[in-house]
Design a binder for this molecule. Structure first.
Ligand code: ATP
Length: 315
């Protein structure tokens, strides 16, 4: 076993999963190390949940292999699950039990659980300690599911949209908890629809579309994918093709390419971003009565790259 293998919490190779005619997952590879947070991002139906469920050992891949701490999660389900935490959606058999009671019961299954009082306080659940699960709000149930997933001090945690439906304060509490897990050397695989969540938390981001990985790297690496120098301007109104042509004519002395931006109200000028180009472009916009909302150098967020790669908005 190499050093890299020792720190590896999860390795997936060539994962394929079909449902009838649909190939939900089409050859995905993942490597997640201890103390690393990996975010799976993708539009609806991209194959995130199917990927996670295979890694959790709940559904079998049609092709490919998964190793969790060197073990196959289906053949060694009990041994794997003793070291892995996962958020369960819905209360299931626990729906009548009270928050604190449920957490203490789950903690009692483990030799060295996280302090339940600390967890209740950290997740802002103290005042709901005696509330039955089914009476908790959606956001409270979500936080309790997270607490249940981590109370056993797992070495690897799967979090499926951990902050979906949470208010801003609770979201920050969950982010803090994920950061604390990471500091403790826990490997975290999370799915999210929130770019800021991925950018805030993840060491590595894997963008999935139609069952395949379309980009992978740190949030910074992904944001700079294919980035070239240039200017991007956004306008109050959507930009017509004729306006793009007129601007291209106005800038024909410069070595740039004019195209529509990621959004209908944007123009991208690719190639250079000198003061002369800003001046010429702004003079053209003023002469043509184009109300500029914002103009600046090319700078892309994770969300822009996602849009370019998948052609879809995250939400
Ligand atoms: N049990 C199933 N039976 C049939 N088709 C399924 C099943 N589970 C998933 N699929 C299909 O597989 C594809 C991938 O679904 P999956 O739930 O993995 O995507 P996702 O990225 O998690 O989407 P979302 O963000 O909407 O949760 C979709 O086309 C979905 O309809």
């Amino acid at each position: 076993m190499t050093k890299a293998d020792e720190t590896l919490a999860l390795r997936a190779r060539g994962l394929v999963r079909r449902f009838g005619e649909t190939t939900a997952v089409d050859g995905i590879d993942l490597d997640l190390h201890r103390g690393e947070v990996m975010a799976l991002l993708g539009p609806n139906g991209a194959g995130k949940t199917s990927t996670v469920e295979m890694c959790e050992g709940f559904i079998a891949p049609d092709e490919g292999s998964i190793s969790i701490f060197g073990l196959d999660p289906i053949a060694n389900r009990e041994r794997v699950h003793a070291r892995v935490g996962m958020m369960l959606q819905g209360g299931g058999a626990y729906s009548a039990s009270r928050t604190e009671e449920m957490l203490r019961l789950i903690a009692s299954f483990y030799a060295d659980p996280i302090d339940v009082d600390w967890l209740l306080d950290t997740l802002g659940m103290r005042e709901h300690g005696r509330t039955p699960y089914r009476r908790l709000s959606g956001g409270q149930q979500q936080r309790l599911s997270l607490a249940c997933a981590i109370v056993g001090k797992p070495e690897l945690v799967f979090l499926d949209e951990p902050t979906a439906g949470l208010d801003a304060q609770s979201r920050i509490a969950v982010w803090e908890l994920v950061r604390a897990l990471r500091r403790d050397g826990v490997a975290v695989l999370l799915t999210t629809h929130l770019m800021d969540e991925a950018a805030e938390l993840a060491d590595s981001v894997v963008i999935i579309d139609r069952g395949s990985v379309v980009a992978t790297g740190s949030p910074e690496q992904i944001s700079s994918l294919g980035l070239n120098d240039g200017v991007v301007a956004s306008f109050h109104d959507d930009v017509a093709a004729s306006e793009l042509e007129r601007l291209a004519d106005a800038l024909s002395n410069f070595d740039v390419r004019v195209r529509g931006g990621n959004r209908a109200n944007e123009i991208s000028i690719d190639g250079a971003s000198s003061p002369e180009i800003f001046a010429a472009a702004c003079a053209h916009f003023a002469a043509n009565d184009m109300a500029i909302e914002r103009i600046g150098r090319h700078e892309r967020s994770l969300e822009d790259v996602f849009l370019e790669l998948t052609g879809k908005d995250l939400r």
